[in-house]
Design a protein. Structure first.
Length: 263
């Protein structure tokens, strides 16, 4: 099975689970034989003592062999599998079978409202900022489905105030209140000025948050500034826009943000 990426991770883990079940059965036989050995010794049944000792030895040897078989049976090249597109493809196929929408964009998977990043070297994935080590596709997809059923942990009020502050920093309060359009990439650069911030808050996460806010009912800042995400000729250039995958799997582009004071 090593290096044979035609074998799915799900199937490999099913086999490993079956091997573990066989080991548990063998271990149960070991425990049973050892209890009989102990009982013979406890009452001084000399006739049974040597026989139960031999039975216990056979059971232990059978357990060792079963363990060897299990170890040799697991030769799945997980790092290569996770590094290639194989794991992503299997995860997407499993999600489709289970009725969960997962979409691929750049080096991320998007399962509304979560961004998923595969970390091959660490044998894990990041779901937003949370590390998840349960990689069996059916288990991981089930976990994502459970997360989707929970309330979205996004605060549109705080995000809107942050957008407004960044727009003011970029253009000045007067121009912002006049409805000046500030490119969202410029807003993102201002939000991630400190060293290392682009790793802590990626462009994909910013795009996702723009989309989550856009889907909310909040359209006005605390001080009465109406927010809008106007289209522009800039949306024709991929280098000047941010792109997100919507909940339905469609690509949506954003260019800029504008505010107008509600007088």
């Amino acid at each position: 099975m090593a290096g044979d990426q035609r074998v799915s991770l799900e199937k490999a883990l099913i086999k490993a689970e079956s091997d573990a079940e066989s080991l548990l059965e063998a271990a149960t036989r070991v425990v049973r034989s050892l209890k009989k050995f102990r009982a013979s010794a406890r009452v001084g049944s000399l006739r049974e003592l040597r026989r139960t000792m031999g039975d216990a030895e056979q059971a232990v040897n059978a357990l060792k062999q079963q363990l060897t078989n299990g170890k040799e049976g697991w030769d799945f090249d997980e790092e290569t599998y996770l590094s290639s597109n194989s794991f992503t493809a299997e995860l997407l196929a499993t999600a489709k079978q289970m009725g969960v929408n997962i979409f691929e964009q750049d080096d991320r998977l998007y399962c509304y409202p979560f961004l998923i990043r595969i970390l091959p070297n660490e044998r894990s994935v990041l779901i937003d900022k949370v590390r998840e080590r349960r990689l069996r596709p059916s288990v991981l997809v089930s976990h994502l489905k459970e997360l989707q059923n929970k309330p979205v942990r996004f605060k549109p009020e705080a995000f809107l105030e942050c957008l407004f502050s960044a727009a003011v920093a970029a253009r000045g309060k007067d121009r912002v209140e006049e409805g000046a359009v500030v490119p969202l990439l410029e807003v993102y650069d201002l939000l991630t000025l400190l060293p290392g911030q682009t790793k802590e808050y990626t462009r994909q996460e910013f795009a996702r948050d723009i989309y989550l806010f856009d889907q909310s009912d909040l359209k006005r800042t605390k001080k009465g500034h109406n927010v809008n995400f106007p289209a522009s000729t800039g949306t024709r250039s991929a280098s000047r826009t941010i792109t997100v995958i919507t909940r339905r799997g469609q690509e949506k582009k954003y260019y800029g943000v504008s505010f107008k004071h509600h007088g």
